[in-house]
Design a protein around this ligand. Structure first.
Ligand SMILES: [Zn+2]
Length: 169
């Protein structure tokens, strides 16, 4: 028989919520001090950064940062980050140059940067998700996709001009 139910693991990690035996002092995952959990209240894994850190593959986190993708906005950029993280690739977001003026901080496009070591894996992920543009595909790109990309770029440009005009008044 193993243990005496939940009471045999009264310590809980405040970061990941994992229960531990009384003789342990630190979380085996997070290496942070455990706390008592007398009421059996479940501690939710609220620390997203710890969650991310666990997924990242160290071998993909080496080298200088290079641009792996371009996103139209923060939400899209975070979506891409999520996809990359699922494959163990860490990433950072940076406002695309030329859009880093206060009016566009929230809405402007983002560069998704990954460590050099993670770039090949990142490209594979993004290609499979059809999230990177034709620059990553050698030849034979369907003109329709290319045209759609150009139109999109124009639309974004027009929106930016409109927003700038609107905000100026
Ligand atoms: Zn933990």
């Amino acid at each position: 028989m193993s243990g005496r139910g939940p009471a045999s693991a009264p310590l809980v990690c405040p970061s990941c919520g994992e229960h531990h035996q009384p003789e342990e002092r630190f979380c085996r995952h997070c290496a942070i001090p455990l706390i008592h959990d007398p009421q059996g209240i479940e501690v939710r894994p609220i620390d997203e950064r710890a969650e991310r850190a666990r997924k990242i593959k160290p071998q993909l986190a080496e080298g200088k940062l290079v641009r792996a993708a371009w996103a139209r906005n923060q939400a899209e950029a975070e979506f891409i980050q999520g996809l990359l993280l699922e494959e163990g690739i860490p990433s950072l977001l940076r406002r695309t140059a030329g859009f880093d003026v206060p009016d566009f901080l929230a809405a402007g496009p983002r560069d998704v940067l990954v460590p050099e070591a993670g770039l090949p894996a990142a490209r594979e992920v993004l290609l499979q998700a059809e999230l990177i543009d034709e620059h990553a595909v050698p030849t034979g790109v369907a003109p329709v996709r290319l045209l759609a990309g150009l139109l999109l770029a124009l639309a974004v440009g027009a929106l930016v001009v409109w927003a700038a005009t609107a905000l100026a008044h």
